[in-house]
Design a protein around this ligand. Structure first.
Ligand SMILES: Nc1ncnc2c1ncn2[C@@H]1O[C@H](COP(=O)(O)OP(=O)(O)O)[C@@H](O)[C@H]1O
Ligand SMILES: O=C(O)C1=C[C@@H](OP(=O)(O)O)[C@@H](O)[C@H](O)C1
Ligand SMILES: [Mg+2]
Length: 218
């Protein structure tokens, strides 16, 4: 069983406006998150729960756009949909994500619909590294079916709704920088470590861009 983080983390000097945040150290190697990791994917993919685990491993801030919207509105996502409608929610979601993208680099879990916005995708591409948590319909359904919190699924035949969303959104999620498959049986911890591997592989494959995870020794 893995018990130690893959590496410690120090925020390095970057061009961001926020000061460095000192984080866990591990051995002599430190790693700096130079831009946010933005988790995208359908409801139930694990953006919120795996994202929290990932942030804990890296000892960086965790933010969830749904949570931020709820805190700002003083209402649950379901209530915002009911009282003000989806377009109102999407406006708030875009505003919140823009704000969080400008924040100190950390893990940002988005709501499953956020990445459908072309302008937001462009902003995420400029200032972050996006990671698609890609799970099969059966896996997603098992995870969301008993919860009343997702307004898009509070209708007849919710599994069909989820299937249709997966079909229409998957090609858009596929535009994320990194794709990590969420297979049944993989724990949150294993998923978080897969994400780190994926981001490192993406960094190596794109030497022209500063890496999202910068390794430092000493
Ligand atoms: N890899 C995983 N292993 C086990 N359970 C998971 C995994 N990923 C997500 N879950 C569970 O599925 C449910 C939905 O996950 P959540 O993180 O809220 O997804 P999202 O934010 O993408 O909608 C939660 O109960 C969560 O604990
Ligand atoms: O897919 C979507 O459009 C939505 C996903 C939800 O977040 P999760 O993906 O975290 O469940 C939440 O933002 C809202 O219910 C709409
Ligand atoms: Mg979530």
């Amino acid at each position: 069983m893995e018990t130690t983080p893959p590496f410690g983390l120090h925020q390095s000097p970057t061009e961001r406006k926020h000061p460095p945040v000192t984080a866990a150290t591990d051995h002599k190697v430190t790693v700096v998150l130079t831009r946010p990791l933005v988790l995208v994917g359908l409801m139930g993919a694990g953006k919120t729960s795996v994202g929290k685990r990932l942030a804990a491993i890296l000892n960086v801030p965790f933010r969830d756009s749904d949570h931020e919207i709820e805190a700002a509105a003083g209402l649950e996502v379901r209530e915002i949909f009911e009282r003000f409608g989806e377009p109102y929610f999407r406006d708030g979601e875009a505003r919140v994500i823009r704000r969080l993208l400008a924040d100190a680099p950390g893990i940002l879990a988005t709501g499953g619909g956020a990445f459908m916005s072309e302008p937001l995708r462009q902003e995420i591409a400029r200032s972050a590294c996006s990671v698609w948590l890609d799970a099969e319909l059966d896996t997603l359904w098992q995870r969301v079916k008993d919860r009343p919190t997702r307004p898009l699924l509070q209708q007849p035949e919710p599994r069909k709704v989820l299937a249709a969303l997966l079909e229409s959104r998957a090609p858009v999620y596929a535009g994320a920088d990194v794709r990590v498959r969420s297979e049944p049986g993989l724990s949150h911890e294993q998923m978080a470590r897969r994400i780190l591997e994926g981001v490192r592989a993406h960094d190596l494959a794109h030497p022209g861009r500063p890496p999202a995870l910068e390794k430092k020794t000493g």
